[in-house]
Write a protein that binds this ligand. Structure first.
Ligand code: SF4
Length: 290
């Protein structure tokens, strides 16, 4: 995931106010298979019997429509300069959670999800690192009649079959840059898998909310934004809107805590004028922009 949900959400999430308002979270309420040895865990990961989870929460109108349960899976293959959650990078730092425990939790909130048009969102880290678990949960969730949403960079889209993709109602797709060189600079990875995954989502009838993190001097060039817009056009009507998320520094303490050199230490975030220019650029392509 981008690590950026919306500026407002992050401010809430990272504030004490949010901590008080959160109904539940962390890893409360999950049975964790603590007794499994390493080999059993790897086997269970392959079958999707367990997934490694960083945390979860219940939120409204943040990670998709309605009231949602967002599950932050651990592990990510990218290393975005602006990552807000470097503590999710290593899968082994997550807690193993049983598939059955996860489904029990979703079942518990089913009525709330259905009444609000909400559902479950997998985020991370990058939940596509654990395709067996996430696709199994999505399949079972769909069977329950509950909405599914995947928050992803799409970088590991090849891990999903077309059948898996049909279980994704909505994808919050991070298009982190429009040109290859900038994408690699921002993330350490390649851009093409995101484009390929977006096209497959569109072909499968999934809806897409594109997310683009605006960082002055890194992702803000007119040509880069233009290329992001051109990529989004390839997804056609699947794109419901584009979220332009202004960079902010709420993630900085985590980099410091983990003692990872933080490349955006002095980054101030975009000015109102820059945000407007980028909004206008996307709008000129006919997109709804937030
Ligand atoms: S490094 Fe991974 S978790 Fe962090 S913003 Fe990038 S894709 Fe998201």
């Amino acid at each position: 995931m981008s690590g950026f949900r919306t500026t407002k959400a992050h401010m809430l999430r990272d504030s004490k106010v949010y901590a008080r308002q959160t109904l539940m979270g962390g890893l409360s309420g999950f049975e964790s298979p603590i007794g499994l040895d390493r080999r059993d865990r790897i086997a269970a990961l392959k079958t999707g019997d367990i997934g490694f989870v960083h945390s979860w929460d219940i939120n409204t109108s943040v990670d998709g429509p309605g009231t949602r349960m967002t599950v932050f899976m651990s592990g990510c293959p990218l290393r975005c300069q602006y990552c807000q959650n470097p503590d999710t990078w290593k899968m082994r730092d997550g807690q193993p959670v049983y598939f059955d425990a996860m489904m029990k939790k979703i079942e518990r909130y089913k009525d709330l999800f259905q009444a609000t048009g909400g559902g479950i969102t997998f985020s991370g880290g990058e939940s596509m690192m654990q395709p067996a678990f996430v696709t199994r949960v999505f399949r079972a969730t769909k069977e329950m009649g509950v909405h599914t949403c995947l928050d992803t960079s799409g970088f590991l889209g090849a891990n999903y079959t077309d059948e898996n993709i049909r279980d994704i109602d909505l994808c919050l797709l991070d298009v982190k840059s429009g040109d290859e060189e900038t994408y690699r600079k921002v993330t350490g990875g390649a851009l093409q898998p995101t484009i390929d995954f977006g096209k497959r989502l569109a072909a499968a009838g999934s809806k897409i909310w594109v997310r683009f993190v605006l960082v002055p001097g890194l992702t803000d060039s007119e040509s880069n934004v233009e290329n992001v817009a051109n990529i989004c056009e390839q997804f056609g009507d699947a794109v419901e809107h584009i979220d332009v998320l202004g960079f902010h520094q709420l993630g900085r303490p985590k980099w410091h805590e983990l003692r990872i050199p933080y490349p955006l230490e002095d980054q101030k975030g975009p000015s109102a004028a820059l945000k407007k220019r980028v909004h206008d650029q996307f709008e000129a392509h006919g997109f709804v922009v937030y």
